[in-house]
Each structure stands twice: as C-alpha cells, then as structure tokens.
Design a protein around this ligand. Structure first.
Ligand SMILES: *[C@@H]1O[C@H](CO)[C@@H](O)[C@H](O)[C@H]1NC(C)=O
Ligand SMILES: *[C@@H]1O[C@H](CO)[C@@H](O)[C@H](O)[C@H]1NC(C)=O
Ligand SMILES: *[C@@H]1O[C@H](CO)[C@@H](O)[C@H](O)[C@H]1NC(C)=O
Ligand SMILES: *[C@@H]1O[C@H](CO)[C@@H](O)[C@H](O)[C@H]1NC(C)=O
Ligand SMILES: *[C@@H]1O[C@H](CO)[C@@H](O)[C@H](O)[C@H]1NC(C)=O
Ligand SMILES: *[C@@H]1O[C@H](CO)[C@@H](O)[C@H](O)[C@H]1NC(C)=O
Ligand SMILES: *[C@@H]1O[C@H](CO)[C@@H](O)[C@H](O)[C@H]1NC(C)=O
Length: 471
C-alpha cells in the first residue's frame, strides 16, 4: 500500500512544475502581517506571564546554549517553558510544535502525551508541504495531548529529545526526499550533535537504508517506526514537525548554528567520507605478489599477474632484497589486502599486514611442515585470513625433473626425515612452481568473496566501534 503511494505520487509529481513554486512565494498581506504582529505580541505577553505562574521556567545552562535553543525553535516559540507546548502554525510550508517536560509516545492512538497543568490538545501532520491539501491528507496525523497526571507508563526512557516527522507524502522522489525531508531534518535536528531520537511516521525501511549515512550523522540511534512500535518511549522534550526555509535552501539566520547550504554540503561530505574511503580501498583490493628470483620462483608469474588483474585486483610486485628499506616494504604490506608468495623467508613480511587481510602461501612439495609452523600458524594468530595453497605434483618443477614415481616427488616425508640439509638441498634450493591457473583462480575467487563480504560488513562494524567508544 505504502509502496503504491510512493510510485503513484512520484510519477505524478516528479519535480513540481514552476507553477507550484509561484504559489509558495505569496507575501503575506499587510492585514495578515498586522495579525501576525499582534499575535506575536499577545503570545509574548502570555508567555511572560506564564513564567510567573509556572514554577518550571526552563533556564538553559549557558548563554550560548540558550541562544542555540532559542534559535532552534521558531520565533513564535522561542521561549522554552517546561511542561508546556508551543505550536507555530504561522509558516506557509510547515507546522511545528515544541513540547517540553514529560513527553511520552502512545502509537496505538497516534498520540504523544505530555504533562501539563494547562490541558489542551493539538493535532499536526509533521510534513513540510502544508499548502498541498491532497498530499497532506495521506500523511499521518498525530495528536499532542496535555494531561495533568501521569499518563502511560514508560517502556524506554530516553535522556535525549525526540524529533518527530513523516516520510510519507512525496517520499520516493529524490527532490522531495531532500527538499521536504533531509534538509528540513538537518535544520531541525543537526544542532543536537547526534543526541536525538528520530521518530518516523509513515516509515519505510528503504528510506532508512538509502539515507543511512546521513541519518547516522543526525542521530546516533536508529530511527524508530512510530506507527508500529507499541512501546512507550519517554523524552525530556520533543519537536514535532520540521523546519523548512525555502526550496533546497537554508537561511543561516534561521538556523541554531548559523549553518548555510555550504554547511549542509560539508555535512554530506562528512557523512559519506567513511563509506567512500572504504569503497576506494575495497573497489580494487590491493594484492601484493612477493616473488623470489632464484629458487622457488613462480615460473608463470606473468600469467598470474594478468589473471589477478583481470579478476579485479590491483596487483603490485614486491621482490624484497637485502638492501630494500623495510619502511618501504611496510608501506606496501600495510596497504595491501592480499599477499601471495611462495614459502620462504620473505613470508615473514606478513607481520606488516593489517589484521583481516589475506595471506596466501604457495607451498611447494616437501615444505608443508615449515610453511605451517613458521608462517601459517603465526599468521592466523595475528588475525590474518590464512590460505594454504599446496601445489600439486604437476605444478612443481620437481615433477618435470624426476617424474611422478620418484621418491622426491612421491614421498617427501621420507626425504625430509633425512634432515634439514636434505630438505634444503632438494626442496628449497631446487624447486620452482608453475601454477595451475584454473585451480589458482578458484583460490583467488574465494579470497575475493571473503573481501567482498568484509566490505559489506565493515562500515557497520566501524559505526558500532564509534558507538562503543562514545558510550
Ligand atoms: C520539567 O518537568 C519535568 C516534570 O514534568 C521534570 O522532571 C523536569 O526536571 C523539568 N525540567 C526542568 C529543566 O525544569
Ligand atoms: C512501520 O509500521 C507500520 C504500521 O504498523 C507498518 O505498516 C510498516 O510496515 C512498518 N514499517 C517498517 C519498515 O517496518
Ligand atoms: C514493526 O513492523 C515490522 C515489519 O512490518 C516488524 O518486523 C517489527 O517487529 C514491528 N515492530 C514492532 C515493535 O511491532
Ligand atoms: C554567520 O555566518 C556568517 C558567514 O559565515 C558570518 O558572516 C556571520 O557573522 C555569522 N553570524 C553569526 C551570528 O554567527
Ligand atoms: C631479480 O630479478 C629482477 C628482474 O627480474 C632484477 O631486476 C633483480 O635485480 C633481480 N634480483 C636479484 C637478487 O637477482
Ligand atoms: C597502516 O594502515 C592503516 C589503515 O589503512 C593506517 O591507518 C595507518 O596509518 C597505516 N600505517 C602507516 C605507518 O602508514
Ligand atoms: C627456477 O627459476 C629460476 C628463474 O627464476 C631459474 O634460474 C632456475 O634455474 C629454476 N630452477 C629450476 C630447478 O627449474
């Protein structure tokens, strides 16, 4: 149903025709202006007098905080009084209500209760296209009810304020998503520094995931589906409805922190930077081939490089020599996602890899024990993903030299039992490998799948990490 709405409306109203805009820009008539002024004056007097009557006048802690709070509300509601509600219905595009004190949700009755000695009820559709009757009709309406005594009991007590809004209406069309939703949300909630709970009416999962990066910059808590969360959430205050200045526009003088559209642009940059950094790293995983010149060379290294490149790896080749500066090797290995090398001392460089990276050790005939003992087990202990690629007989130069039936090929265990000298002479100093590329490709495909899985996981893990640190 919600889905149908989305498509129907996004088709009919993609980007509003220019006639839509002219309607918004009507300047208020002089009479209206006079009315507003008188209304403001009267409200001002009422608010001042209620200060005297109310024991709960809320004094923000510092002057700066007070300025932010005052600028966060609208001019009509710039006095923040505890246990009260103020609704500003003066704007052309939006209604917005501010509740302070004991605020509790009751989704079954589409109501937000708050405690006050002044009993009253307001209704509001928290969406920023107030002048479009048809679209507002399909936006959920909320009741804001003041009650004298305690209301519903709290299931979850939040120490932070709530911002309540709808992602109904034209949501589904990117212009409207930014114009009616994201920018207004930024204007209304950004100054809370992520300490704010988003309560969403007409909630869509796709909207939450599409705007995940942005939403997590507005609030460090996942948005709540107001309509089907039957628990009662309690807040010290709530803003119901969103501020909006003009089409895709921000007027700095109306924002709590003097933000402009440039500030919003920076906000987007901050929101997407972590994700992009990861995408850049992950788009082409860095693969380092650690190669040797003399013995234990990969005879078809050129084909291997071509295949890995074709599979989407950024391939680098490292031939460590005694004179190679370690720092430069560190740089390469620390920046790599995968290291591939034939068993040998150069495998020690796995120590320079980041945990979670992949180490593929190509293990020639007769070197299994040393490969596992010196490199495989230690690499796993360091948190690397270790893959042992044991060459088949046909991939070893010893097969060409001795034939399949020779003990050197058939029974390395026996040769090795003669001692290290023999192992070194037969298997280490005189053996090259020629990879079976079909087989090695399957290993690389596994590596690639592992890295892709990690790429999907990592941004969330990073986010949780930040979360933990903040708590
Ligand atoms: C606002 O009122 C609630 C009770 O209704 C009280 O718990 C809270 O401390 C008050 N806050 C301030 C800042 O006075
Ligand atoms: C939000 O709640 C409404 C009302 O129960 C429900 O229809 C809708 O499917 C929910 N949305 C999501 C994404 O869970
Ligand atoms: C809200 O609805 C979604 C799906 O529509 C469901 O998975 C979720 O459990 C519901 N939450 C509550 C608190 O009812
Ligand atoms: C708001 O920002 C503008 C431009 O950065 C600056 O000129 C102005 O002084 C600022 N105003 C306030 C009240 O900070
Ligand atoms: C290894 O071979 C490369 C080119 O194939 C050459 O540049 C390098 O000098 C050689 N290193 C050693 C130690 O032979
Ligand atoms: C190693 O890589 C990590 C992650 O990319 C980076 O944060 C760190 O600065 C790098 N270390 C050095 C010495 O470059
Ligand atoms: C192994 O390859 C190297 C070239 O990288 C070559 O010099 C050497 O003779 C080869 N050894 C064997 C046993 O094939």
């Amino acid at each position: 149903m919600a889905k149908n709405h989305r498509f129907v409306f996004s088709e009919q109203h993609s980007i509003p025709a220019s006639s839509d805009y002219s309607g918004n820009r009507k300047a208020p008539s002089p009479l209206l202006r006079f009315f507003f002024l008188s209304f403001f004056a009267v409200t001002f007097i009422i608010l001042c007098s209620s200060t005297i009557l109310h024991p709960f006048f809320y004094f923000p802690v510092t002057e700066a905080e007070s300025q932010i709070l005052n600028r966060a509300s609208s001019s009509l509601c710039s006095f923040v009084i505890n246990n009260s509600i103020c609704c500003d219905r003066s704007a052309f595009r939006t209604d917005i209500c501010f509740l302070h004190g004991d605020v509790r949700t009751h989704s079954l009755s589409n109501t937000i209760f708050f405690q006050s000695v002044v009993l009253r009820q307001e209704t509001i559709r928290p969406y920023t296209r107030k002048w479009e009757k048809n679209i507002m009709a399909i936006v959920s309406e909320l009741r804001l009810r003041a009650i004298a005594g305690p209301t519903v009991s709290c299931d979850i007590v939040h120490p932070f304020p709530a911002v309540v809004f709808s992602t109904g209406g034209y949501t589904g069309n990117v212009f409207h998503e930014f114009n009616d939703g994201i920018i207004p949300l930024y204007l209304t909630a950004h100054h809370h520094n992520r300490d704010v709970i988003l309560l969403v009416l007409d909630h869509h999962n796709w909207w939450v995931s599409r705007y995940a990066e942005i939403l997590s910059r507005i609030s460090r808590f996942p948005p709540i589906n107001f309509s089907n969360d039957s628990r009662t959430h309690c807040f010290p205050s709530a803003t119901v409805g969103l501020h909006i200045h003009d089409d895709l526009t921000i007027d700095p003088t109306q924002t709590p922190l003097n933000n402009s559209i440039i500030g919003f642009r920076q906000f987007l940059d901050d929101a997407y930077a972590p994700r992009l950094r990861w995408l850049e790293v992950a788009e082409k995983p860095n693969l380092v081939l650690v190669l040797r010149n003399g013995s234990r060379s990969v005879e078809n290294e050129g084909d291997l490089v071509a295949m890995a490149t074709e599979m989407g790896f950024r391939v680098g080749i490292l031939r460590p020599e005694k004179t190679t500066e370690l720092a430069s090797i560190y740089k390469v290995m620390n920046g790599s996602d995968v290291m591939i090398g034939v068993h040998g001392a150069a495998m020690t460089h796995f120590l320079f890899m980041r945990p979670g990276a992949v180490f593929v050790q190509i293990i020639p005939l007769g070197t299994e024990w040393a490969a596992e003992t010196y490199y495989g087990a230690p690499a796993r202990r360091m948190g690397l993903r270790y893959v042992a690629y044991k060459v088949r007989v046909e991939e070893s130069s010893l097969w060409r030299e001795y034939g399949r039936e020779h003990p050197v090929v058939r029974e390395p265990g026996k040769i090795n039992a003669r001692g290290w000298e023999e192992t070194k002479r037969v298997y280490l100093d005189r053996q090259n490998v020629s990879l079976d590329l079909g087989r090695f490709r399957r290993t690389l495909e596994g590596v690639r799948r592992y890295l892709d899985g990690g790429r999907l996981r990592r941004p969330e893990e990073a986010e949780e990490e930040t979360e933990r640190r903040q708590k």
